[in-house]
Design a binder for this molecule. Structure first.
Ligand code: SAM
Length: 184
C-alpha cells in the first residue's frame, strides 16, 4: 500500500534498526531443509542475512527501497525484491523456509502456507493485540494478531511450537505470538 511505502521509507531514513537476527530464527532456522528461503517484509535484511549465512538462497521482499538499500550484509545469495506484499504473487510449494517477523498481512496467511514445499518450515512471529500499550501509533490495529489467531491460521501445517510471549521491545506492543510449523 502506498501509505506503507511512504511511512517505511521515512522510518528507514531517520531511524536505526536492529542488525541482529530475530532470536526465533537462531533457534529454529537450522532445522529447516536447506534450499530456497523467503523473508517476508525483510526490512534491513537482518534475518535474510542470517539465513544466507546458513546457506539458504534467499528471496527478501519489502515495499521500502530505503530498507533494502540499508542491508546489513552484502547481498550475496540474496535476491532483494522491492514489492508490495498486498499484491505479491508467491509460487506454490516452492520454499524450504519462509520467515515472517514483525509484520502482519492477513491476505498472505494462506498464501504463505501454499508457498511452502512439502517438508518446508514456516517461522512466524508478530505482535499481538493486548493491553493497548503500543508505540506512538506505529502499530495500527489491523497489524496486530488476536490471541490464538496465528495458531488457527496455520492449523493445516504441523505446528511444532506456538507461544504468546512478552515482546521485550520497549516501544512495541507488549506481547507477540510466535509459531514454528512445517508442511506435512
Ligand atoms: C517492523 S518492520 C520488520 C522488518 C523485518 N521483518 C525485521 O524483522 O527486521 C516491517 C516491514 O514491513 C514492510 N512493509 C510494510 N508494508 C508492506 C507491504 N505492503 N509490502 C511489503 N513490505 C511491507 C516495511 O517496509 C518494513 O520493512
Amino acid at each position: 500500500m502506498q501509505r506503507d511505502r511512504i511511512e517505511w521509507n521515512q522510518k528507514y531514513r531517520r531511524e536505526a534498526f536492529d542488525h541482529r537476527p530475530a532470536t526465533i530464527l537462531k533457534t529454529h532456522a537450522q532445522n529447516a531443509p536447506m534450499g530456497r528461503a523467503l523473508d517476508v517484509a525483510c526490512g534491513n535484511g537482518r534475518n535474510a542475512c542470517y539465513l544466507a549465512g546458513l546457506g539458504f538462497a534467499v528471496d527478501a521482499v519489502d515495499i521500502a527501497l530505503e530498507g533494502l538499500g540499508r542491508f546489513v550484509c552484502p547481498p550475496d545469495g540474496i535476491q532483494r525484491i522491492c514489492a508490495d506484499l498486498d499484491h505479491f504473487i508467491l509460487p506454490r510449494r516452492w520454499y524450504s523456509l519462509i520467515v515472517n517477523i514483525n509484520y502482519l498481512n492477513r491476505r498472505l496467511l494462506p498464501v504463505l502456507q501454499a508457498g511452502l514445499a512439502p517438508g518446508g518450515m514456516l517461522i512466524f512471529e508478530s505482535y499481538l493485540k493486548g493491553d493497548g500499550r503500543t508505540s506512538s501509533g506505529a502499530h495500527r490495529a489491523e497489524h496486530l494478531l488476536a490471541p490464538g489467531e496465528l495458531h488457527q491460521a496455520f492449523k493445516g501445517l504441523k505446528i511444532l511450537d506456538y507461544r504468546e510471549i512478552p515482546s521485550l521491545q520497549p516501544k512495541a506492543p507488549a506481547m507477540k505470538a510466535a509459531l514454528v510449523a512445517v508442511r506435512p
